[in-house]
Design a protein around this ligand. Structure first.
Ligand code: F6R
Length: 265
C-alpha cells in the first residue's frame, strides 16, 4: 500500500482521474471497478471533462460497480445506476451494455450475486478498482464484521451508514437498509486499487485503515494485504496519519509519480 497526500480535494480527485485515464489509454478494453458517493463526483466530473476536451475514449471499456441498494429500481433517482448515468455514463462514449451494477430488484438476490461474480470473471477480472471509504471503514458496502474473504452478497447497512447516506434520499426514511455489494475478497482480486479519501470527517477512519491493525471491523484495513493499492487523500483526511512525512516523500520522489507532479495544477 502507498499513500499520496494532495493539498486539497480538487487536486486529489484530479490525480485520481488522471491515473484512471492513463490506465484507459494503455488498455482500451480496461475492466474498471467503480464506486459511487459524494467523493467520486469530482473524479467523474474530471473524466467527463477529459472525454470532452481530449477525447478520452471509453468505447471499449467495461465497468463493474461495487454495489447497489436492494429494492430500488434502476430508474429510481436514488439508485446507484441513476447516479452513474447522471455523473458519468450519460456524458461519455461508453456502451451502456458494458456497464454493470448488481440488480437490487432481482427476484433471487443470491443468484444475482453469483452471476455478478461470474460476469466479472468472464471479463477477465477487474484491472483497476476505484474505492471510497465510508465512515464505518466500509469499502463497497462491506460493513463491520464483513469476512475478509467475502464475495458479492447482500449486506445489512449499519446505522452510521444510514446516517451518512440517508440525507441524499427524499424523504431520508426512503433509504433501503440493505444492499448488494462486492465482497472484500472480490475487491482484493482487482489488479490495481485506487482509494480516494477526502474531508476532515474521514481523518479518523483513514488513519485506522492505513496504520491500524487488520480487522474485519474495518473492511478498508484489508487493503493493507493488497500488493498494488494507492490511497490518494487530501490534507484534511490525512490529518491523523502518523507517517505523513514518509508519504510526502513518496509523492515527491517516487518515479511513478513524476509525470503527475508536473501536470497537476
Ligand atoms: C458506494 C461505495 C461506498 C462509498 C463510501 C464513501 O458505491 O462504494 O463505499 O465510497 O460510503 O461515500 P462518500 O464518498 O459519500 O463519503
Amino acid at each position: 500500500m502507498e499513500v499520496i497526500i494532495q493539498p486539497n480535494k480538487k487536486m486529489a480527485a484530479e490525480l485520481t482521474a488522471k491515473v484512471i485515464a492513463d490506465h484507459l489509454r494503455l488498455k482500451h478494453d480496461l475492466v474498471l471497478g467503480l464506486a459511487t458517493g459524494r467523493t467520486m463526483e469530482h473524479v467523474y466530473a474530471e473524466l467527463v471533462s477529459m472525454h470532452k476536451s481530449e477525447g478520452l475514449d471509453f468505447s471499449s471499456c467495461r465497468t463493474f460497480n461495487l454495489d447497489e441498494y436492494v429494492g430500488l429500481p434502476a430508474e429510481d433517482p436514488h439508485s446507484y445506476r441513476s447516479y452513474m448515468n447522471h455523473h458519468l455514463f450519460d456524458h461519455i462514449n461508453i456502451d451502456v451494455r458494458n456497464t454493470y451494477l448488481p440488480n437490487g430488484m432481482a427476484e433471487d438476490l443470491k443468484e444475482e450475486c453469483r452471476l455478478y461474480e461470474k460476469r466479472i470473471k468472464e471479463c477477465g477480472g477487474i484491472d483497476l478498482q476505484l474505492l471510497g471509504i465510508g465512515e464505518t471503514g466500509h469499502i463497497g458496502f462491506n460493513e463491520p464484521l464483513s469476512a475478509l474473504y467475502s464475495r458479492t452478497r447482500q449486506k445489512a447497512l449499519t446505522q452510521v451508514t444510514i446516517d451518512q447516506n440517508s440525507p441524499l434520499f427524499d424523504p431520508p426514511e426512503k433509504m433501503p437498509r440493505r444492499a448488494l455489494t462486492m465482497g472484500v475478497g472480490t475487491i482484493l482480486e482487482a489488479s490495481r486499487i485506487i482509494v480516494l479519501v477526502t474531508g476532515e470527517k474521514k481523518a479518523g477512519i483513514l488513519a485506522k485503515s492505513v496504520e491500524g491493525p487488520i480487522t474485519s471491523m474495518i473492511s478498508a484495513t484489508a487493503l493493507q494485504t493488497h500488493p498494488a493499492t494507492t490511497i490518494i487523500s487530501d490534507e484534511e483526511a490525512a490529518a491523523k496519519l502518523e507517517n505523513k512525512d514518509y508519504y510526502y516523500w513518496l509523492w515527491e520522489n517516487e518515479p511513478e509519480w513524476e509525470a503527475y507532479r508536473k501536470t497537476l495544477s
